[in-house]
Design a protein around this ligand. Structure first.
Ligand SMILES: Cc1cc2nc3c(=O)[nH]c(=O)nc-3n(C[C@H](O)[C@H](O)[C@H](O)COP(=O)(O)OP(=O)(O)OC[C@H]3O[C@@H](n4cnc5c(N)ncnc54)[C@H](O)[C@@H]3O)c2cc1C
Length: 470
C-alpha cells in the first residue's frame, strides 16, 4: 500500500487541484493535511502589522472548515495541525509511513523556505516532496517564452501570450482514493480566531470556502448576469456585483483561475461574448503576470527600490500613516475607501489605486508602509499581486510606466459622481450634497454649517494642499 499526504496551502479546493490528482494517481491511500503556520497567523510584518489580520484569518478558517466538511462527506477527514508545517508534516509522514507529500508549488520566499525545509527532512526518512503546478491560468510549459524571458511590460506580455497560449481545461474531479484516517490518528481540532490573538470582525465581505466560491461564480455569471456589465461597473467603489469578488477565492485557491476562464467561455457560448466578458478574462492575466514577475525576478518584487538601481527615499512618518489607515486625511475619497477597507478587509481595484497613489505621491510615505498594511488587512492578499501593484504605482516595478499620480478630486467625481459611496462611509459628511462632498474645504461656509460640518472639528482639513486638483 502506498500512502500520500496532500499538503493544502493556498489551494483550498477539490476541483482542478493538480497536487491532489497527482497524489491520487500515484498512491493507493491519500490523506489531506492543512497546517496553520504559527509564523503566518501570529507573526508580524517588518513594520509590526499582524501578518494575517482578522478578515483574512477568518476567511481562511471558513475555507479550511469547508474543505474539511467535503473530506468528511467523502468518508475521509482533513488533518488539521497548528505549528510549523515542516515539523508537523514531517511528523505525520513518519508516523503514517507515507511515501510522498504532494503540494502545489509556491514561489515566494517564505513559502519556498518551508517547502525546502520539509523536503530536507523528508529525505532523511526516505520520503519525497512532489510539487505540482496548479496555480496559474497558463502553464509555464505552454508559454511562448521561458519564464526568465517573460516580458517585463504587461502590454507586451499580453500581446505575446493571449492570442496563442492555450488555457487548459480544469482537471477532472476524482476523489476515490481519499480514505478514512487510521483509527489511532487524531484528525486535530480547528482553531479559532482567539487562538491567533485576533477578534472577530463585525462584518464579513464574503464567506470563505470552495462551496461559497462556486456559488459566487454561478451567481456572478448565470444568476445575475452581472458579468455583462463588468466593463462599466468594475471601477465603482462598492456594490454587490460591481466586480466579480473572486479575488479572496482565487488567493486562497478556493477557486481555480482555469475554472473561472472556462465558465466564462461556457457563459459566452450560452449568451455570446461581449466587451465585458472579454474584460474579465483579460484581468485574470494580471494575476499570472505578477506571479511570473515573482518567478523571474525573485525577491526584487519586495525591495524598496524595486527595479531602480538607486535607493528610493520616502518618509516614515507614523502619524501621517495612522491618519491614512484610520481614514482621517481630510480627503473624502481616500478616507471613505480606507474606512471601508477596515470594515471589510476588501477594497475595489480603483479604490486601491487611489489610496496607494495618495500614500506614495501625495503623503510621500514609504510605499512599503502601505504594502505591508495591505498585506495584513487584505482578505484577498496575494504576495505577488500586492507587492507588484504597489511597485507599479510607485513607478519602480518591472513595467516601467509613469508613476500613478492621481488627481483625486477628478477621480472621485468620475467614479462616485453623486458621492453616495463617500457619504455611506463617512457619516460626518452625510448631509453634504453636490461635488463639495469630494472636497468639503471648497464649500461655502453656510453650506458646511447647514450640513453640520465644522472643518477641523467634525471632519479634518486636508493633510495636503489640494489646489492643484481644482
Ligand atoms: C495597491 C494594490 C494592491 C493589490 N493587492 C492585491 C492582492 O493582494 N491580491 C489580489 O488578488 N489583487 C490585488 N490587487 C488587484 C485588484 O485590486 C484586485 O484583484 C481586485 O480588486 C479584486 O476584486 P475582484 O475579484 O472583484 O476583481 P475583478 O475586477 O473582478 O477581477 C477578477 C480577478 O482578476 C485578478 N485581477 C484583477 N486585477 C488585478 C490586478 N491589478 N493585479 C492582479 N490581479 C488582478 C484578480 O484575481 C481578480 O479576482 C491589488 C491592486 C492594487 C492597486
Amino acid at each position: 500500500m502506498k500512502r500520500a499526504l496532500v499538503w493544502f496551502r493556498q489551494d483550498l479546493r477539490l476541483h482542478d487541484n493538480e497536487a491532489l490528482l497527482d497524489a491520487i494517481a500515484s498512491a493507493d491511500e491519500v490523506f489531506g493535511v492543512y497546517v496553520f503556520d504559527a509564523r503566518t497567523f501570529k507573526g508580524k510584518t517588518g513594520f509590526g502589522f499582524p501578518k494575517t489580520g482578522a478578515h483574512r484569518a477568518r476567511f481562511i478558517l471558513e475555507s479550511v472548515t469547508d474543505l474539511r466538511k467535503q473530506f468528511r462527506q467523502l468518508g475521509s477527514d482533513l488533518i488539521i495541525r497548528i505549528g510549523h508545517p515542516e515539523d508537523e508534516l514531517f511528523g505525520l509522514a513518519k508516523s503514517l509511513k507515507s511515501h510522498w507529500v504532494f503540494c502545489n508549488r509556491e514561489r515566494t520566499q517564505e513559502e519556498v523556505f518551508v517547502q525546502d525545509e520539509l523536503e530536507q527532512r523528508l529525505w532523511s526518512i526516505g520520503q519525497e516532496i512532489r510539487c505540482s503546478r496548479g496555480k496559474m491560468l497558463y502553464y509555464t510549459a505552454d508559454l511562448p517564452f521561458p519564464v526568465t524571458h517573460t516580458p517585463d511590460a504587461f502590454s507586451q506580455f499580453r500581446k505575446e501570450t493571449e492570442p496563442i497560449t492555450p488555457v487548459r481545461e480544469p482537471l477532472p474531479f476524482l476523489v476515490d482514493k481519499l480514505t478514512a484516517l487510521p483509527i489511532h490518528l487524531d484528525a486535530g481540532e480547528m482553531p479559532c480566531l482567539k487562538d491567533f490573538h485576533l477578534s472577530e470582525p463585525a462584518e464579513s465581505f464574503v464567506p470563505g470556502g470552495e462551496t461559497a466560491a462556486l456559488e459566487r461564480l454561478n451567481q456572478f455569471l448565470w444568476e445575475t448576469r452581472s458579468i455583462d456589465h463588468y466593463k462599466e461597473s468594475h471601477n465603482t467603489f462598492s456594490g454587490p456585483n460591481c466586480s466579480s469578488h473572486f479575488s479572496p477565492y482565487l488567493s486562497q485557491g478556493c477557486l481555480s483561475p482555469k475554472m473561472v476562464y472556462w465558465k466564462v467561455k461556457e457563459y459566452e457560448s450560452d449568451f455570446g461574448s461581449n466587451p465585458s466578458t472579454e474584460a474579465l478574462t483579460h484581468v485574470l492575466l494580471w494575476r499570472d503576470y505578477y506571479r511570473l514577475m515573482g518567478k523571474k525576478h525573485g525577491n526584487r518584487i519586495f525591495l524598496r527600490h524595486g527595479f531602480r538601481d538607486r535607493e528610493v527615499t520616502a518618509s516614515r512618518d507614523w502619524d501621517l500613516l495612522q491618519l491614512w489607515i484610520l481614514g482621517k486625511t481630510g480627503i473624502p475619497v481616500v478616507d471613505a475607501n480606507m474606512r471601508y477597507f477596515r470594515r471589510f478587509g476588501y477594497m475595489s481595484d480603483r479604490g486601491r489605486q487611489l489610496v496607494a497613489g495618495f500614500l506614495i505621491h501625495d503623503l510621500k510615505l514609504d510605499w512599503l508602509f502601505g504594502a505591508e498594511y495591505f498585506e495584513s488587512q487584505l482578505i484577498d492578499y496575494d504576495s505577488c499581486s500586492n507587492y507588484g501593484n504597489w511597485q507599479q504605482i510607485a513607478g519602480i516595478g518591472p513595467d516601467q510606466r509613469e508613476e500613478r499620480n492621481y488627481n483625486l478630486y477628478s477621480q472621485a467625481k468620475r467614479y462616485d459622481p453623486k458621492g453616495d459611496f463617500v457619504r455611506s462611509c463617512l457619516p460626518e459628511l452625510a448631509n453634504l450634497g453636490g461635488a463639495a462632498i469630494h472636497l468639503p474645504e471648497q464649500a461655502e461656509k453656510q453650506v458646511l454649517q447647514e450640513a453640520g460640518i465644522k472643518l477641523g472639528t467634525t471632519y479634518p482639513y486636508p493633510v495636503i494642499e489640494t489646489d492643484r486638483w481644482i
